[in-house]
Design a protein around this ligand. Structure first.
Ligand code: PLP
Length: 392
């Protein structure tokens, strides 16, 4: 069986989560808007799930909205808030970073095309923004700040607490894409003055196709799609009850286990880091200090190698990982995140992400790290030879 080390891409659905959702696919299949007993059972399932998510985030259930996925939660937070700002003739300036997920960059670019001014903050060579620069970017017309909590490709953590504080002191709506965080680090929205936060079920052992938008009481967003008024009209559409029940159970487990999981992921992260960092021609991308990284997450760039071919080589050795560099029209292109780190192209093309999850073991990480080290040594050497040949 291959060793799965791609938990930042997606996670398996936990047995406890499947068991909890099954009745809602079979006997309790009602529409939660129906007033008969089938409908009431489904509505009770949704209510419990909302409570469980609220406990994970330490907020009120009325601040939790179910969305079709993390992508929709990000879009609704940004575009829905922008609609509200426009309706109230607020300032059309938004601040974000150059390393956001496409589901944040996309709506920001759309707003730019509609006349908004968007500041894309650069990051340092470890993928972290300069907080002073963010403060200096705030202008009288700034109405939205959206900065991701943890980067999916390079694992960097942003100073969310400080950003939230400055945003609240200036009366600015602050959204964070926290899709990579639940179950790995504690999230407490009562401590941080976050206005809105997005999550995605399949990153923490619930199925794909379910997300969460947390929206602080009193913060307004306007709908970006229209329908039957579910989820207070912000995310309308008949509720995906089994998936909602699933994300509720996954949230409950994530909250209970977070301290233990974080410790376990840190241990596996150290094993991978210690075995991979000494390799010649391999550079750790993102923060080298693991306390500034997402637990369990390692990303590397192998000079002269090609990301997709590295992924295939790993697959042949029985390890599932991913790359931030992909083949685009026959050319290996580093992702925008790797470009933002200003790595030389020869390194950025050979990127790999290794992300451990709560079901990996230290033994698996030891084995995978040894195999990855062999691949890295060979790939870096092959590319050196190729470079010399080309040069001659
Ligand atoms: N934001 C981040 C940081 C992600 O890693 C992902 C998924 O890869 C998303 C948003 C999108 O979530 P979903 O797959 O649920 O649409």
């Amino acid at each position: 069986m291959a060793i799965y080390l791609d938990n930042s891409a997606t996670t398996p659905v936990r047995r406890e989560v499947i068991d909890e959702m099954l009745p809602f696919l079979e006997s309790d299949f009602g529409n939660p808007s129906s007033i008969h007993s089938h409908g009431m059972k489904a509505a009770a399932g949704v209510k419990l799930a909302r409570q469980r998510v609220a406990e994970l985030l330490n907020c009120s259930p009325s601040e939790v909205y179910f969305s079709p996925c993390g992508t929709y939660a990000n879009n609704v937070a940004i575009l829905g808030r922008a609609r509200f700002v426009e309706a109230n003739e607020g300032g059309r300036h938004l601040i974000t970073t150059s390393i956001e997920h496409p589901s944040v960059i996309g709506p920001c670019q759309y707003l730019e095309s509609k006349g908004w001014r968007v500041t894309y903050l650069p990051v340092d060579n470890e993928g972290i923004i300069d907080f002073e620069r963010l403060k200096n970017a705030i202008a009288d017309d700034t109405s939205i700040i959206t900065v991701m909590w943890a980067n999916n490709e390079i694992g960097s953590l942003q100073p969310i607490e400080e950003i939230a504080q400055v945003a609240v002191s200036r009366g600015i709506f602050f959204h964070t894409d926290a899709v990579q965080v639940p179950g790995k680090l504690p999230i407490d929205v009562s401590k941080h003055a976050i206005s809105a936060l997005s999550l995605s079920g399949h990153k923490f052992y619930a199925p794909k196709g379910i997300g969460i938008l947390y929206l602080r009481q009193g913060e307004n967003v306007m709908p970006t799609a229209f329908g039957g008024g579910q989820e207070m009209g912000i995310l309308p559409g008949t509720e995906s009850v089994p998936n909602i029940v699933a994300i509720g159970k996954a949230a409950e487990l994530a909250g209970i286990e977070v301290i233990e999981t974080e410790r376990k992921l840190r241990l596996m992260q150290k094993i991978l880091l210690e075995k991979l960092s000494p390799i010649e021609g391999l550079r750790i991308t993102g923060p080298s200090d693991i306390d500034k990284r997402l637990p369990g997450h390692i990303s590397v760039a192998i000079s002269g190698a090609e990301g997709e071919s590295l992924v295939m080589k790993c697959d042949l050795k029985g390890i599932s990982v991913s790359s931030g560099s992909a083949c685009h029209k026959g050319i290996i292109e580093p992702s925008s995140v790797l470009r933002a780190l200003r790595l030389p192209d020869i390194e950025a093309r050979g990127s790999l992400r290794i992300s451990a999850g709560r079901f990996n073991t230290s033994e698996e990480c030891e084995k995978a790290a040894d195999l990855l080290a062999q691949i890295a040594v060979k790939s870096a050497k092959v590319s050196k030879e190729t470079t010399i040949e080309t040069a001659i």
